[in-house]
Design a protein around this ligand. Structure first.
Ligand code: 13P
Length: 250
């Protein structure tokens, strides 16, 4: 079965509600109805309701940038899966390297968030990736496959089949330094092989693995041409409607 490509924008901590509204309206004009690709935007939590309004009836979907692992409770500042679903989210990013780097996210909390999200209809976008130090120390497979295995531990194959994986080398995020298509493909193929060995070839063949890290209109086509790259998770170049539309229409 062919894997449907996913082009997802992670808007991180950018854009107020009026900015989200105008960018999404512009985006609708440019990509609404484009076929053969799943288009997802993840704005900040304060703009999710705005996204729901503007994207009503659109083929563009939206998601959140994080979710808590408890169903509800005394967790000041956190959001539950039910809250994300209530506002209309279909996706949620889990384990982004910025959360791991600055907010104490660990493989253990990533796994708990994933398990919780998979108990609902949310589609998790699980982020994994090595730092520059780890790459230079020749630890890429160690680190990336370790993060993957610890995130998926305890999940059934059925649950895992609903996840989208995003390989985002930390050294390529926001640095303008994209992994070459060959470097990215090498890691994507390593991830798919690992899934095949740990689970099954059906699972490995069906899972979408996105690349993230300085993806732009000028490099998206060569990345997407790689056998195991099924889409992109985009930061900077997703903030502008024209540029994101070019990525969608790679
Ligand atoms: P940039 O596209 O800005 O490098 O960010 C990538 C990213 O972190 C997407 O989640």
């Amino acid at each position: 079965m062919a894997r449907i490509p996913v082009i997802a924008g992670n808007w991180k901590m950018y854009k107020t509600r009026p900015e989200v509204k105008s960018t999404l309206e512009a985006l609708r004009k440019l990509v609404d109805g484009v076929e053969g690709v799943e288009v997802v935007i993840c704005p900040t939590a304060t703009s999710l309701a705005t996204a729901a309004e503007v994207l009503e009836g659109s083929t563009i979907r939206f998601g959140a940038q994080n979710v808590h692992w408890a169903a509800e409770g005394a967790f000041t500042g956190e959001l539950s899966c039910a809250m994300l679903l209530d506002v209309g989210c279909q996706y949620v990013i889990i384990g982004h390297s910025e959360r791991r780097q600055y907010f104490g996210e660990t493989d253990e909390t990533v796994s708990k968030r994933l398990t919780q999200a998979l108990g609902t209809d949310l589609t998790p976008i699980l982020c994994i990736g090595e730092t520059l130090e780890e790459r230079e120390a020749d630890r890429v497979s160690d680190v990336v496959l370790g993060q993957l295995k610890r995130a998926l531990a305890g999940l059934t194959e059925d649950q895992i089949s609903r996840i989208i994986i995003a390989y985002e080398p930390v050294w390529a995020i926001g640095t303008g330094r994209t992994a070459t298509p060959e470097i990215a493909q090498e890691v994507h193929s390593m991830i798919r092989t690992c899934l095949e060995q740990e689970y099954s070839s059906e699972l490995a063949e069906g899972l979408r693995i996105l690349y993230g890290g300085s993806v732009k209109p000028s490099n998206v086509a060569e990345l997407m041409a790689q056998a195991d790259i099924d889409g992109a998770l985009v930061g900077g170049a997703s903030l502008d409607a024209e540029s994101f539309a070019q990525l969608v229409k790679y």
